[in-house]
Design a protein around this ligand. Structure first.
Ligand SMILES: Cc1ncc(C[n+]2csc(CCOP(=O)(O)OP(=O)(O)O)c2C)c(N)n1
Ligand SMILES: [Mg+2]
Length: 582
């Protein structure tokens, strides 16, 4: 072989080089022996592209990679060592997998000269992680590392994005190999999502356009697929050209700014006005939406007789458990473009026909606001969750991103917080809804958002789970603002025990803690808020702190009768009058 065209390096160095070429900014993880040559290569490259960020739990590393990917639209990276490092990744990777987020995870495996001989930490990690991943690639040949890395980038960002795991034995990472120089290349289309787009089938598209032509009360039901496709401008153009309103799932929030006249906000388990419009619609269009439990109120909300168009990048999701009149297998952006084009010159007629629908929406929105103003501006103590959401809306600049953890934080903010602009301005881990996403998610989102502020709202239970990674945010000087919804409880559990088990609270109370004090001792900026009037100045103060994280510890209601944001279909209990913010 011609020596000039050959690189000789370790497997770990080849991994770092491929990430550099790909343009990876961050890798989140914890080392062990197996991947140390990879860490060393990053160190010797000056910790630039990629920068390695040490976390305090590999699960946090996967969550941070997931949130980074959501906000940047690029692949997130994380790593874990043999055995416990790899298995700790599971929960974080399940989130990315279920939500369609491009994440590539590197796991070190045992040295193949000794594997299966009870090596320390050795685990059947490939079998454990395989069901989570789009593909788990076992790297058995050192010189194939560039090829496998390219494959991982492609798989993670194509079709429905997702998780790829590279399982790298110790002897591959530490061994020196020869690589043809031109093998260090990547496909630029895989540097962000979606790597490729598909268009809907012509005859099906015409059927969909025919249904729309006749519909007086159509309604778009938008899920997280709109974010994955980056279909914001096309969605707005479609809604405005045809006067088609839209409502969103928790994951779809931010598809349009929440105050857009055609945005009916959240639908599903909790809603403002959207569920009523679903029931009276004469055509429903599901767009990048999985028809899951919460959004469909345990499969009861979507009327069976209403014609349904389902647009999804994943053909297998179409008609999974609901009858569709037309299924369009397509990227959300191209589907909206093509559908609008197919409607063509009929658009102005449709728009005019639906003028009264638009007016009706305005009236209902105004009525909702009037009815809820008291809660949104409530002065009660402990602080009302609606007031907190309202203050978050008021404090957030148009480029601000709100991230919500799996407990009440996500449900209340999805319902009552107003995303100021279209985009990933609201991030919630609804793929798997684990608690403990808030702290690491805030790190990943803030790194991706760069100068735009990120506010991560988390319950005290969720914060307790990931508190170790506040140290990460402090060490890395990440200026994220954490808002802790402090109800001294695993509130969602306590609220359900109140509604269903006559207040027999088992394992749902937490110790009352002052998280602001804890944050200050750790080195973050800490503010405790007990007076709702102090929320606005606290948020202002935190958002202007740009050299370290801030923790705002908000003392919210402790009354389990008032914890749920609304009626929960599982309980079939009508929360007492006055308890319901909608
Ligand atoms: C890892 C994990 N364990 C358990 C649950 C079930 N769960 C959902 S909400 C919740 C309570 C969370 O308490 P906290 O974070 O304080 O939020 P709150 O509901 O009190 O606002 C629990 C345990 C979960 N979603 N994820
Ligand atoms: Mg709580």
């Amino acid at each position: 072989m011609n020596g000039e065209n050959i690189f000789r390096m370790t497997g770990g160095e080849a991994m770092a080089e491929m990430l550099r070429i790909y343009g990876a900014e961050y890798v989140f993880g914890i080392a062990g022996f197996q991947l140390l040559p990879f860490y060393d290569a990053i160190q010797r490259a000056g910790n630039r592209r990629p920068r390695h960020i040490l976390v305090n739990d590999e699960r946090s590393g996967a969550f941070a990679a997931d949130a980074y990917a959501r906000v940047s639209g690029k692949t997130g990276f994380c790593d874990g060592t043999l055995g416990p490092g790899a298995t700790n990744l599971v929960t974080g990777l399940v989130e990315a997998s279920s939500a369609g987020i491009p994440v590539v995870a590197f796991i070190g495996d045992s040295n193949r000269n000794h594997s299966t001989k009870n090596m320390t930490q050795e685990t059947r990690q490939a079998e454990i992680l395989s069901p989570i991943a789009k593909e788990l690639i076992r790297v058995e040949r050192g010189p194939r590392l560039p090829e496998f890395m390219r494959r991982a980038f492609g798989l993670a960002t194509s079709g429905r994005p997702g998780v790829v795991v590279l399982n790298i034995p110790e002897d591959i990472a530490h061994g020196k190999w020869e690589f043809p120089q031109d093998d260090f290349s990547i496909d630029p289309s895989t540097q962000s999502i979606p790597s490729r787009r598909i268009r809907p089938d012509g005859p099906e598209l015409r059927k969909a356009a025919d249904l729309l032509r006749q519909a007086k009360r159509p309604l778009l039901l938008v899920g997280g697929g709109v974010h994955l496709s980056g279909a914001y401008a096309e969605l707005r153009a479609f809604c405005e050209a045809l006067h088609v309103p839209m409502a969103h799932t928790m994951s779809g929030k931010g598809a349009l700014p929440c105050n857009h006249p055609l945005c009916l906000n959240l639908f599903g388990r909790y809603d403002r006005i959207a569920n009523e419009f679903i029931k009276t619609a004469d055509l429903l269009i599901g767009l990048g939406f999985k028809f899951g439990e919460i959004a469909t109120v345990r499969y009861t909300l979507i009327p069976k007789e209403t014609p349904l168009i389902h647009i999804d990048i994943c053909a297998e999701e179409i008609g999974r458990h609901q009858k569709v009149a037309v299924g369009l297998w397509a990227d959300a952006r191209t589907a909206l473009q093509d559908l609008l084009e197919e409607i063509g010159s009929d658009a102005p007629r449709q728009k005019k026909m639906r003028e009264t629908l638009r007016e009706e929406i305005q009236i209902k929105k105004t009525q909702w606001r009037e009815k809820n103003l008291e809660r949104l501006t409530s002065r009660e103590r402990p602080i009302h969750m609606a007031r907190l959401c309202h203050e978050l809306t008021r404090a957030m600049p148009t480029d601000g991103i709100l991230l919500a953890d799996g407990g009440f934080a996500a449900h209340w903010t999805a319902l009552l917080y107003d995303a100021p602009s279209a985009g990933r301005t609201f991030v919630a881990n609804r793929g798997n809804a684990s608690i403990g996403y808030g702290v690491p998610g805030g790190i990943g989102a803030q790194l991706a958002a760069k100068d735009a502020p990120v506010v991560a709202v988390t319950g005290d239970g969720g914060f307790n789970m990931s508190m170790g990674d506040l140290e990460t945010a402090i060490r890395e000087r990440i200026p994220v603002t954490y808002v802790i919804v402090n109800n001294a409880a695993q509130g969602y559990v306590k609220g359900l025990q109140h509604a269903l088990f006559e207040g027999r609270y088992q394992s749902s109370d937490l110790k009352e803690m002052d998280y602001a004090e804890i944050a200050r001792v750790m080195g973050a900026h800490g503010i405790r808020v007990e007076d709702p009037e102090k929320l606005a100045p606290a948020l202002r103060e935190a958002l202007s702190e740009r050299s370290r994280p801030s923790v705002i510890d908000v003392v919210v209601t402790r009354d389990p009768a008032r914890m749920l944001p609304g009626v929960d279909a599982r309980t079939q209990v009508q929360v007492k009058p006055g308890d319901r913010p909608v």
